[in-house]
Design a binder for this molecule. Structure first.
Ligand SMILES: [Zn+2]
Length: 205
């Protein structure tokens, strides 16, 4: 951010509106010293007054931060770029989450596997010890399960096989649906049909 440029921009816009520093300060209920500081590029308007300042000067926050009126076309391009970047970041994050889901799932299953093998090969020990061993070994999985389902619900999208609609289902519908791997039998919120719906990371159009 170029404070000098922003300061000059504020001064120019203020003069365009035929306002003195004092008049602008009064409109924003701040001291005229603050205005002079901004215009000299010594400091930036506080976030709290930024919106009011933009309203008074009839500019957008984007204009203010750029120190110039951002041309609409350019502005659209910039915001689309930003949006694409955010979408890509989300896709990357979702991919990592889904990998994490598999790892957490496997790790939380290990105690159960060990307990099962232990019980199977130690027929001599008492029944209640065997039962408690197996029950206790399920605890990690029980603790992990809500997180796993949450990941399954939130990361990426489900794609309706009937109408192609991509959506994030509710936690409840993920929890109670039949599934084969990540493909779940759920009701599509758009077409209302129940079908097997695939997990995807990239939203298809
Ligand atoms: Zn559908």
């Amino acid at each position: 951010m170029n404070q000098i440029k922003i300061g000059n921009f504020i001064a120019r816009k203020r003069k365009e509106h035929n306002l003195t520093q004092k008049q602008l300060a009064d409109k924003l209920s701040i001291s005229d010293k603050a205005i002079s500081k901004w215009e000299n590029g010594r400091c930036m308007p506080d976030v709290a007054v930024m919106l009011d300042l933009c309203n008074v000067l009839n500019i957008t926050v984007n204009d203010l931060l750029n120190g110039e009126v951002v041309i609409m076309e350019n502005y659209k391009e910039k915001s689309e770029e930003l949006l694409l970047e955010m979408v890509k970041e989300k896709e990357e994050r979702d991919k990592m989450l889904l990998i994490a889901e598999v790892i957490i799932g496997i790790v939380s299953l290990i105690p159960l596997l060990i307990a099962t093998v232990f019980v199977a090969y130690n027929q001599g020990i008492e029944e209640w010890v065997r039962t408690i061993t197996v029950l206790a070994s399920i605890i990690p999985l029980l603790i992990a399960l809500p997180f796993l389902i949450k990941i399954e619900q939130k990361a990426g999208y489900y794609r309706c096989s009937e109408c192609g609609h991509c959506y994030v289902p509710t936690f409840k519908s993920v929890l109670w649906s039949m599934h084969m791997g990540r493909t779940r039998k759920m009701k599509c919120p758009k077409c209302g049909k129940k079908s097997w719906q695939k997990k995807i990371v990239k939203k298809e159009k």
